[in-house]
Design a protein around this ligand. Sequence first.
Ligand SMILES: [Zn+2]
Length: 127
Amino acid sequence: MSRIRAAFWDPTGKRYGIPTYPWRMSPPHLLTIRQLAAEGLRPGGQGVQAQVLWRSRRHSAPGVRAAYLYDIRFALPKRAATPCQLAALVKANAARRTCPDCLRDVGYVLPRHLGTCLDCAAHEAVA
Ligand SMILES: [Zn+2]
């Protein structure tokens, strides 16, 4: 093991407070949020179980970087929106497309700075 890898090798969390692994050396049951999501899972109530530390040479973010890991055994299935929630979303989006002046659903989200549809805004500018 290289020196850097050894520095980040702390499965008991004695040095870093939580179990810590070098890049690509974490056990298979510990996944990042993105990896869980790819499996259709979410962390559930569990907090961060472990971390991966690595030294980044990227100009935008040099230094030691961390990725937080969650235990797949405590993970829960991702919540799908209920029909009620979906209906509320449809309604909210329709409201964002409905002009308060001409009361039409204009098919696009009203520009916030106008507060009306483009037609009404143009008429107002002329008047
Ligand atoms: Zn309008």
